[in-house]
Design a protein around this ligand. Structure first.
Ligand code: DC
Length: 226
């Protein structure tokens, strides 16, 4: 494929978007743009400054100066917040909810949209999140909405966190997955939803490789029609 496409991968938490997008980017030699990691870094900054995550005025004080960089590293994606490597800290279990909370505020979204567009607009990117196909890159060349049942998603998150050594229990993860779905889907600004022109991929019964193959197949078929 000669052209650097913009590929949008959206979906709820735990659907496997990150692993799929990372693998896809690797196979295509594209940049992997994890927009959720940027909201997590913004949430971390707000928590460190002891800001009220529900207060839009408080979040306005940090939004314009947010400096978040993503670097591809051999060990995966490196996330830098004001130059500091926060890749591990933003994966702590409570950071998902913190990210979801700060992501409701316009000042934060505007700053992150700006950073995301700067990185992705040149093309050659797999951008993953909740609003990539609807708001960040509405004219993306390909849009996928990746999802799975809440139980399957909670199970995946449970296994992932357990493997990292966190003390977690399945029921509270399932509850958190559902609460985050509700919060992300019902917010006023750029809610989690499938773009009208996105292709739905239900990963409940599929392995990571199968999902990646399915997406690559669509890209190959469609790009050969151009
Ligand atoms: O994909 P994730 O779990 O790392 O995302 C964390 C939170 O960030 C998610 O619950 C909502 C928010 N988010 C968002 O609002 N828009 C995006 N494009 C990506 C994430």
């Amino acid at each position: 494929m000669e052209k650097g496409y913009i590929i949008a991968v959206d979906g709820p938490s735990g659907a496997g978007k990150s692993a799929v997008s990372q693998k896809l980017a690797e196979k295509l030699g594209y940049l992997y743009l994890d927009t959720g990691a940027m909201y997590r870094a913004a949430g971390l900054k707000a928590l460190r400054q002891k800001l009220d995550l529900d207060d839009p005025e408080a979040l306005k004080t940090i939004a314009p100066g947010l400096e978040i960089k993503l670097e591809q590293d051999r060990g995966g994606l490196k996330v830098l917040l004001d130059g500091e490597d926060v890749s591990e800290e933003i994966r702590r279990p409570e950071m998902g909810m913190a990210a979801s909370k700060v992501s409701r505020h316009l000042a934060i979204r505007q700053r992150l949209w700006e950073l995301q567009r700067r990185l992705g607009e040149p093309g050659g990117v797999v951008a993953e999140g909740r609003d990539v196909g609807t708001v960040v890159f509405p004219r993306a060349d390909f849009k996928f909405f990746v999802t799975a049942s809440p139980e399957e998603r909670a199970g995946r998150r449970y296994r992932e966190l357990k493997a990292k050594g966190f003390a977690v229990d399945f029921d509270s993860i399932l509850q958190e997955v559902s609460a985050r779905d509700a919060q992300d889907s019902s917010r006023e600004l750029a809610p989690l939803k499938s773009a009208d022109d996105a292709i739905l991929v239900d990963t409940t019964e599929l392995s990571l490789e199968q999902v990646v193959e399915r997406i690559l197949q669509v890209i190959k078929e469609r790009s050969s029609l151009e």
